[in-house]
Design a protein around this ligand. Sequence first.
Ligand code: ASP
Length: 323
Amino acid sequence: MKRRNFLRKVGIAGVGLPLVSSNLSFSLPDEKMIPAQIPVSITTWNFHEAGKKSGELLAEGKSALEAVQQGVMIEEANLDNTTVGNGGAPDREGEVTLDACIMAPDGNCGSVAYLKNIEHPVAVARKVMEETPHVMLVGEGAYNFAIQNGFKPKNLLTENSEKEWKKWLEEKDYMPIINIENHDTIGMLAIDKTGDVAGACTTSGLAYKMQGRVGDSPIIGSGLFLDNEIGGAVATGMGEEILKNVSSFLVVELMRQGKTPQEACKIAIERIVEKNPEYKGFQVALLALNKQGEVGSYCIHPGFSYVVNSNGENKNIQSDSFL
Ligand code: ASP
């Protein structure tokens, strides 16, 4: 998705009814929930290749942790995606800074933020999780740790992203267009053949953010949370609002209290809406999967969709929305 348009406008596209299939549950409030076939993965937006990759790995019997990592790495390497990994839009100083996290079924997690010049922040986050006593490394420390662990430095600012940033410098009245420009964070959750749940989330964050800005995506509980007994949730959209409400944690706790993934996402979005009267000016979308493989999603503006991969098939589902 390109950030070439600089209109101060809210673009709302893709309003649609959720699709329903016989072996997948989309947790519609009135509908009987039918568990998805396990293994299953769910992915924010329309990242079909990432969904497919995770599905293939799960079918081979790989762990949910491996599937989500390898799945989201597809988008980190995708130069056409300007809000994840290599080719991501820079901050207002022209630097690409990446945020990512990963969470394992045993509750262990790893995270990196404000990481420069490393194409696969989620792989570094996994190393933080597995090879350090810490959960989160940021900035120079995260970069040095990546280099020590064999990651190769790379310039992540593509010609296209640089050109768009220079345009922004001239115009400076840029506001991200909802669902068009502000929507490429990839969050993924999976359940593997053994029934274990894992998740990952990775982004270059908001385009032309202030230098040093970190969003929700690398923050365990905000951009991603899971509990292997219950299920997991991921978030995309305006990170500041997700951070203020610790939305992914909230969704998992609501599922713990017996809510379906759909109900939990809806309540968590309503919480954001209640707290911020400006809610029409930004998008937030939440996506959740419970231990039984039931899926649910809710967002503020219509236009958010997600990919469910199950039984060797990708389905792109339109989320229900508040507006
Ligand atoms: N949540 C991301 C952030 O605020 C952006 C997005 O998902 O569009 O950094």
